[in-house]
Design a binder for this molecule. Structure first.
Ligand code: SF4
Length: 391
């Protein structure tokens, strides 16, 4: 089986109000030593013994996420891709190599250097086409930057662009949302990810909203019902434009699904490098320390940055299959699950069948062709289905 590689770049220019990721704003002087540390971690991982056959596997996807990886010097990005090159060269097809980029960071010279380094897919953090939503969210770019970025990337020759939109930003109305979707469709990117705003303790905006405050325009967050309606409307419009909805938050033109992200949803192995990066070898999940300065210090001192490792029990693996299967529009392939988890499923089958029947009677899931999937029109309440099914 081929291997996916994730490289975490936890740096941003500012902190967006809604962001609940482990990212920070640091001096640019620290970018170079961070990239060097990642190259060292990659080299050491491939030299060490252990973790099964993964070190011999061909790498068919690489994903640079963050944070804002496009802030780094293109030479540093090229060095990190280069440190994987021996394994990349073993794949029969060109590997998918994605760079997350924010619109305001894109320049012609950088786009050319990214292509030369091997990147062939850009995931653009567009989020909205309305400046009245981008500004209070703390985004650095404006609507015109998105157009300029897409034009620059296309002119450079990027064949595959994905764009993010967020349903539920403060000050978003149904009209402004439909406008964002129209502008997105007009640009015809190959892929789109739509996320519904998460209001939780992990972001400044979420904390403020939960406390009933009004900073960061927390009082202007649309209602849950309004957010769900925006999401459902986008589902219908994207389907009408030829985009295939293949995962709750993701759509692609035919043949252009994210190969890297599919590995996560299919429980295929991937190795993460960098501060806070997660890995899964098929049996164990592990993560690196989050703090980027400590991560660099570990690599410089020859100390493993691995913070915690957890063996996945058969019961947990089955739960993951259900959770990740329901996220995909194809649903859970029950025949395969029965084959792979026979003994574990045997003990839980009665309980699961009762829960599935209950969800089906509520119209939340449907069964056909041996698959169980979330019912059309109910994807916006998928969290309720997960809780009900998995307990
Ligand atoms: S650019 Fe992305 S990762 Fe960085 S603060 Fe904003 S939302 Fe978070």
């Amino acid at each position: 089986m081929n291997l996916g590689v994730y490289i975490q770049v936890p740096f941003c220019q500012t902190k967006c109000t809604y962001c609940n990721f482990h990212t920070g704003v640091v001096s640019r002087d620290r970018y170079g030593s961070y990239a060097d540390a990642v190259c060292r971690e990659i080299a050491e991982w491939f030299q060490r013994k252990g973790d099964g056959d993964l070190r011999e596997a061909a790498i068919d996807t690489v994903y640079f996420g963050g944070g804002t990886p496009s802030l780094l010097d293109p030479v540093a990005l090229a060095n990190m891709v280069g440190s994987l090159s021996r394994r990349l060269a073993r794949t029969p097809h060109a590997p998918e190599i994605t760079l997350e980029a924010d619109p305001e960071t894109i320049r012609e010279d950088k786009a050319g250097a990214w292509l030369a380094a091997g990147f062939n897919r850009i995931s653009l953090g567009s989020q909205s086409f309305n400046d009245s939503e981008l500004t209070p969210a703390g985004r650095m770019h404006r609507r015109t930057d998105i157009y300029r970025a897409v034009e620059t990337l296309r002119r450079a020759g990027f064949p595959n662009i994905s764009m993010d939109l967020i349903a539920g930003l403060p000050h978003q109305s149904r009209e402004s949302w439909e406008n964002s979707v129209s502008e997105f469709i007009g640009l015809r990117p190959e892929h789109v990810s739509i996320y519904m705003l998460e209001v939780d303790e992990g972001s400044r905006l979420g904390k403020e909203a939960l406390a009933g405050g009004s900073r960061y325009s927390a009082g202007a967050i649309p209602s849950d019902d309004a957010i769900a309606e925006c999401y459902e409307s986008a589902c219908a419009r994207l389907a009408g434009e030829g985009y295939e909805h293949y995962e709750i938050s993701n759509w692609a033109l035919p043949g252009l699904r994210s190969k890297h992200n599919l590995k996560y949803w299919r429980r295929e192995p991937y190795i993460g490098f960098g501060a806070g990066a997660h890995s899964f070898d098929g049996h164990t999940r592990w993560a690196n320390i989050h703090d980027s300065a400590r991560y660099v210090a570990c690599m410089e001192q020859g100390i493993s940055p691995r913070e915690r490792a957890t063996s996945v029990t058969i019961g947990q693996a089955l739960d993951e299959e259900f959770f990740l299967g329901l996220r995909q529009l194809d649903g859970i392939d029950f025949a395969r699950i029965q084959r792979d988890y026979d003994a574990e499923l045997h003990d839980r089958l009665g309980e699961l069948q009762a829960r599935i029947l209950n969800l089906e009677s509520q119209g939340l899931i449907e069964r056909s062709g041996g698959h169980v999937r979330i019912a059309p029109g109910k994807l916006s309440v998928s969290n309720e289905v997960f809780v009900e099914l998995l307990g």
